[in-house]
Design a protein around this ligand. Sequence first.
Ligand code: GDP
Length: 437
Amino acid sequence: MSNRAIVGINWGDEGKGRMVDLMTESYDIVVRYQGGGNAGHTVVNEKGKFALHLLPSGIFRDGAVNVLGDGVALDPENLYVEMEDIRSKGISITPDSLKISSWASLLFPWHRDLDALEEARLADGKYGSTKQGIAPFYADRSRKKTILAGELFYPEAFRKHLRQILEWENLTLEKEYGAKTYSEEEVDKWVSDYCEPMKPFICDTGKYLLAAQKEGKSILFEAQLGALRDLDRGIWPFTTSSNTTTSYIAIGAGMPGVVIDDVTGVVKAYSTCVGEGPFVSEMSGPEAEKLREEGAEYGAKTGRARRIGAYDCVATRHGVIRQAATEIALTKLDVLSYMDRIPVCTAYKVDGELTDEFPFPSALDSAEPVIEYLEGWKCDISSVRNWEDLPKEARDYVSFIEESAGCPVVYVSVGPERDSIIIRENRKEEWLSEHNS
Ligand code: GDP
């Protein structure tokens, strides 16, 4: 069987959770390999509506094994709360259905404090963090100031290591920010409340995944956020603190030589962006307000209103390249059904020059969008399941996206429910023959 990655092409919130939920049917294992609980996938299926933050989206499917890999920001407290919430809705989670890497690092409560303190200090210059501690966590991980989940199995060494880290974190909290510090008792209680319950789920997931790949099991890799938030090639410094791109899978899943046969890049039919940073095709006023309402664009984790923009050809093409996407899943096409004509950003104007290449981050502030309009279809398409049954204008819109992105659109999502999807079975082959001849 083949392996697949489902990744975000834009700023995140493209609807990856809904695509993973659809595709888990065909995979034995679902892996989260980066990021933390700072974003949220919304999944609607026969079991209900769920907001997932850290758990892989395969958690709802009987028989699927879900893995939290080496590269995730493992927040035991939030994971505990999320697991309890999902279990309370009748979903069973056992060490057979969830495996947590012994090589994943633990996110501690002070990471959340430090995140909020730094955002407050930055005031107007803030990054727009969700304050889930992700940036301080990854910074600490790089300077070796956090603890691996597997250390929990060596209690004496764990305690000693934790004491050393606590001393240093308290110094930072007190001296840099004049903030509340943590007592040893407080931290020990936190470990026993939230880390101990994780122990049955912890194992060497990299070893497990390599063996599974060798046995021919199929693996789905699920990313958080999108290409424009990638730590190395995103809209620096308004990126996240981990790599959101497929290049990181080998490290984050602990699978050297991983084979990824298909990369499904998830693209939204218009643009949204949460938090601060440049957003060239941003719209404002009643036009943006209406699209936000129609698309219910409010953050799954924070409830924050998302910034709204026209579909951005420049950003999407960049995302397709950075993710090495082999196909696109286009989501929320139904949301545009009310529009007479649909704005799209076809190029940027930077220093008076037109470009269709995504600029170096420092040039983004001065970039202006070039907006063109495509015909709307003005009818409800949410019950359409075949490509041929879409109105011509909707098909033209999708074709415009695939041509400008340089990648075939194989999936067209027309609603949040699992089956609200148009699957173009042979589109990849057609595309290759159209573009190689
Ligand atoms: P993710 O983080 O990439 O999974 O994205 P989010 O879950 O934050 O945002 C996607 C939102 O759009 C969720 O509320 C989904 O239920 C919803 N959604 C996904 N696909 C579609 C679609 O095709 N049409 C509509 N109307 N809603 C969708």
